[in-house]
Design a protein. Structure first.
Length: 270
């Protein structure tokens, strides 16, 4: 078990290093120089010598391998650099915006799990075959919905057509409703699919047949025996989907104009 965990941990570190390296060199081949763009502004009135000092201070004139090693070592120590645009340390920007993103991501995760649970349980209820077929088709629909399109559609329906939720200056809770739904629906889909398959596998196990033979109702069998034993695979996948959920939250923040890490993404590319 310990060897497996160490291997998985090593693979995770390798993926992080590869992602960092790829991102670093992709940024290097992009046209433009961040230091020149920032300090060659005529309004600043800096001389070429002063601009050269700025380039030296930010390490822009260092060899590429030295910039790479310096950046890598700095990130290992929790130093993510300095934002020339904001004039603040990147770690400070992340720390100030992370709570807003988490306030969206955590309720969305809980809603996604609840939706997946409800869809899977309702799809197995006896005597409602038409409902079962319909519910089993919903995850496919949810997966195919892009997060940004879903956010725009929710705004159009609930804010402009029905006028239930204001899009301008909503209250703290009102402002969370639509973004949470937009993030949760695409995440709930794969969870529901996995839970449905897991329930199908558990439903044919001998202990389920024994429970039915003892006279337990089908709903009781579903709740006490099938659902409980089918939850573990879905919960494992739920943990893996956290990264996708955070990515969806960043996109949703941009669509709904919410503060958070999503607002830093376009700013970081400027």
């Amino acid at each position: 078990m310990s060897a497996y965990l160490l291997r998985r941990f090593g693979q995770g570190l390798l993926v992080l290093w590869a992602a960092f390296t790829l991102t670093f060199f992709l940024l290097q081949v992009l046209p433009g120089d961040a230091v020149l763009i920032k300090f060659q502004n005529p309004d600043l009135g800096l001389s070429p010598a002063q601009i050269a000092e700025m380039r030296l201070a930010y390490g822009a004139d260092s060899p590429l391998w030295r910039q790479y090693l310096h950046t890598l070592l700095a990130m290992l120590h929790g130093d993510f650099g300095y934002s020339l645009q904001a004039g603040l340390a990147v770690s400070s920007l992340i720390a100030s915006n992370l709570p807003d993103t988490l306030s969206l991501a955590l309720p969305a995760f809980l809603l996604a799990v609840a939706l997946a649970f409800a869809l899977a349980f309702a799809s197995r209820l006896p005597g409602l075959r038409w409902l079962s077929n319909f519910l089993q088709s919903l995850p496919v629909l949810f997966i195919s919905l892009p997060t940004f399109w879903l956010g725009i559609a929710l705004i159009q329906l609930f804010s402009f057509q029905l006028r239930w939720i204001p899009v301008i200056n909503p209250g703290p809770l009102e402002g969370l409703i639509l973004p949470v739904i937009a993030v949760a629906l695409p995440i709930s889909a794969p969870l529901a699919q996995i839970l449905m398959r897991s329930m199908d596998q558990v439903a044919v196990q001998p202990f389920v047949a024994v429970a039915r033979a003892k006279g337990m109702s089908e709903t009781g069998v579903l709740w006490r025996h099938v659902m409980g034993n089918a939850l573990l695979p879905a919960l494992n996948i739920a943990g893996l989907l956290l990264g996708e959920l955070i990515a969806g939250a960043l996109i949703t923040e941009t669509v709904f104009g919410r503060s958070g890490l999503g607002q830093l993404t376009p700013a970081g590319g400027q």
